[in-house]
Write a protein that binds this ligand. Sequence first.
Ligand code: MG
Length: 162
Amino acid sequence: MDFKIGIGYDVHRLAENRKLVLGGVHIPCEMGLDGHSDADVAIHALMDSILGALGKGDIGVMFPDTDEKYAGISSVFLLEEVAKLMRSEGYTLSNADMVIIAQNPKLRPFIDSMETIISCALGVEKSKINIKATTEEGLGFTGEGLGIGAKAVCMICRIKTG
Ligand code: MG
């Protein structure tokens, strides 16, 4: 079997008057993440891990933030585009493991919905997506509530030969 692995990491600043969207789920919070798209840092890290495994650079190459058509766009839609690219390259996702690093709010109640949305966008079984959340114990920029980070690793598996 032909397997490839990839890693992704992303950070966005917390800002006022923005919705907080993580893993495709709108999470009630006084602050949201700032960015060109919906700034879904978890999905951005996941997309970068898949593009890395494919050897296709990163999301900045695929979806330039200078392109107005991506302004405010749902990152779930972008993930669907990455999934299409993965399939066209002959691969499917074996599994992905993700960590969201945020001091607040508590994310545990939203993890199951995130896993459902992400697995649907990728067209894979929900069991292939694992999402964890952690704080950094009040340390650093996540601990001070300045931003939220996310890390993802994935493995992809060739489904087409040739
Ligand atoms: Mg990003």
